[in-house]
Design a protein around this ligand. Structure first.
Ligand SMILES: Cc1cc2nc3c(=O)[nH]c(=O)nc-3n(C[C@H](O)[C@H](O)[C@H](O)COP(=O)(O)O)c2cc1C
Length: 204
């Protein structure tokens, strides 16, 4: 199948996709930020996230190069409140230009890794590269172990994440994003993956 058609089909059909707004750092200390929606969690013991980064004209994107070189990155959650800024960071800045400086993005230091966190994001996950898996001709999957979670008090009560308050945004096909719509409650029918006294989370 034609590559452009395959891309259009996948992006339109595998939707909505969560967005990892990734901060990484190069050898000279330049901080990079860019969004990636070919992304999900893939393990919970230990917790792991995976993001697929495509090549750009045969070269690694800055985020891919930085993760490969340093083995570290931070996934900041994209929300309705930070969507505009997040979207701006997808522009193709030259490798030696920091999106963070160019767009004046406020940062916070991380506790376990060198790349900093994005202050305007209410949830940030510090990651160490676990595995780098080349896939086909154009893509590489970066699997990171989450070595620290940071959650703002208004979206986490110490036990549950209030996803409705988090207001995460998602990517659809083409230039479209989506916000949370109606939230449906159904009893959980399967055995939970880990023992939990199963107090329900907050209602939407
Ligand atoms: C919402 C959104 C999601 C994106 N998802 C991906 C993705 O999953 N994989 C990818 O390679 N590029 C993705 N991109 C494109 C990158 O963000 C873009 O190529 C960016 O310039 C990469 O920056 P970097 O070179 O600083 O790493 C996405 C762009 C947007 C706006």
């Amino acid at each position: 199948m034609d590559t452009a058609m395959a891309y259009r089909l996948l992006c339109g059909v595998v939707a909505p996709r969560p967005i990892a707004w990734i901060t990484s750092i190069d050898a000279a200390g330049v901080v990079n930020a860019a969004p990636f929606s070919s992304y999900n969690y893939v393990a919970h013991s230990p917790p792991m996230l995976a993001v697929n980064i495509g090549s750009r004209n045969g070269d690694l994107k800055d985020t891919a190069r930085n993760i490969t070189q340093t083995g570290e990155f931070v996934v900041n959650v994209a929300t309705e409140a930070n969507m505009e800024l997040m979207h701006q960071t997808s522009a193709e800045f030259a490798p030696d230009v920091s999106e963070v400086q160019a767009l004046d993005i406020a940062l916070l230091p991380s506790s376990q890794v060198r790349p900093p966190r994005i202050a305007v994001s209410p949830v940030q996950m510090e990651c160490r590269l676990h595995q780098r898996v080349p896939l086909g001709r154009l893509n590489t999957l970066y699997i990171g172990e989450v070595v620290a979670f940071h959650l703002a008090d208004d979206v986490f009560d110490g036990k549950h994440v209030d996803t409705a308050r988090l207001r995460p945004i998602a990517r659809l096909g083409g230039p479209y994003y989506a916000a949370l719509g109606e939230i449906f409650l159904r009893p959980i029918l399967q055995t939970p993956p880990v023992s939990d006294t199963a107090t329900p989370g907050p209602l939407p």
